[in-house]
Design a protein around this ligand. Structure first.
Ligand SMILES: Cc1cc2nc3c(=O)[nH]c(=O)nc-3n(C[C@H](O)[C@H](O)[C@H](O)COP(=O)(O)O)c2cc1C
Length: 348
């Protein structure tokens, strides 16, 4: 893989993807101006880091949300937590996401988040991870709508209309307690500016079976915009989600991993435009581009460990992937990434 080629492709990437006409927002309505249907990158802790978010934005994601950040950690001056609040110019519009249930900690964290000038602040009310739930945050809030609404009210005061406040929820805690409509209405009453609904219960984790109907019920019950999320993997599933739910926008998570091109693909599909899928050589260039960014932004040791899984996602689907996948899990340098990219690019 030669560097000159790499540079050219990155330039092409920039040229062909100037479809992000939005540099940032001043109001949540900006996302929907002129009938725009936002196609956003979902927050994914440990995966959708700054490098990946910037690339997804270059490929046309309408906005992105940062990795969930512990309000408690930030309030206790934990350096690693505070690092998650950083917002780069290239990833705007970007929302910073906090989790927690301690109102004082959330207020301190929101105040600190403002220093980094995010486009909006998002509160996680859907994470099923035990360490998040045990703090009373994430999905645990689904069981406590009053607490969730109080959190929104308290944070709206901190934000003082400087930036919008949004919430990301699931449809309920389990199959017997689906309460997304009531829950979302309480958040709206408390002042939330937009709600993203992941169409699963907490108990479902990531198992198949999106409840489109419940997302639709939330959309119909609210005046504020609703973003639909869950199992969107291409243009057709994006349109299906929009048609089924009537949502104002969509958010894509796992299908973007190793495939940041998806934002361009989905936007083209929704506009009825032609879309040519990237060749493996183009994917290989972006893999290197991402690895370089990760090495620039992170501690090199961690960056190399993390690029292993991203590399495996990029090569997914090629014939005889086992050999190359093995190489991905042994990445120890940028050269290793380049070698994989080279083999991958020749395997059309
Ligand atoms: C590895 C991983 C990390 C995630 N981290 C977060 C997070 O930090 N905050 C959050 O709100 N959701 C998080 N999610 C949930 C996603 O944002 C999204 O709601 C979920 O994956 C469903 O969308 P998808 O089917 O398009 O992936 C995470 C999901 C995955 C797979």
């Amino acid at each position: 893989m030669n560097t000159k080629n790499n540079k050219n492709n990155i330039n092409n990437l920039n040229n062909t993807n100037n479809i992000n006409n939005l540099k940032d927002i001043t109001d949540i309505k900006d996302f929907f101006a002129n009938g725009n249907i936002p196609v956003a990158l979902a927050p994914m802790a440990g995966c959708a880091d700054r490098a990946f978010r910037e690339i997804c934005m270059e490929f046309g994601a309408s906005f992105c949300v940062g990795e969930l950040c512990s309000a408690k950690g930030v309030s206790l001056n934990d350096k690693k937590s505070e690092e998650l609040l950083f917002v780069s110019e290239k990833e705007r519009p970007m929302g910073t996401q906090l989790f927690g249930s301690d109102t004082d900690a959330l207020k301190i964290a929101a105040q600190k988040a403002l220093k980094y000038n995010p486009s909006f602040l998002d509160i996680n009310m859907g994470c099923p991870a035990p360490k998040v739930i045990s703090s009373g945050g994430g999905s645990a809030l689904l069981k406590n709508p009053q607490k969730a609404a109080e959190t929104v009210k308290a944070l709206k005061k901190v934000l003082n209309n400087k930036i919008p406040l949004t919430c990301k929820i699931r449809i309920g805690y389990d199959q017997n307690s689906i309460n997304a409509v009531f829950f979302a209405k309480e958040l709206e009453k408390a002042g939330a500016d937009m709600i993203t609904v992941h169409g699963r219960t907490k108990d479902q984790m990531y198992r198949p079976g999106i409840n489109f109907n419940e997302i639709k019920n939330v959309k119909q019950a609210l005046k504020i915009p609703v973003i639909a999320n869950g199992d969107i993997t291409d243009g057709a599933t994006a349109k299906y989600m929009l048609d089924k739910t009537g949502a104002d926008g969509i958010m894509i998570g796992r299908a973007a991993l190793g495939n940041p091109f998806i934002f361009k693909e989905v936007k083209a599909y929704l506009k009825g435009e032609n879309y040519i899928k990237p060749k493996n050589s183009q994917k290989a260039e972006i893999l290197i581009y991402q690895a370089e960014k990760m090495l620039k932004y992170k501690d090199p040791h961690n960056a190399l460990l993390e690029i292993r899984k991203h590399a495996a996602w990029y090569i997914k689907g090629i014939k005889n992937a086992a050999f190359l996948r093995q190489k991905c899990f042994n990445i120890n340098s940028l050269n290793d990434v380049k070698e994989i990219a080279f083999i991958f690019s020749k395997s059309e």
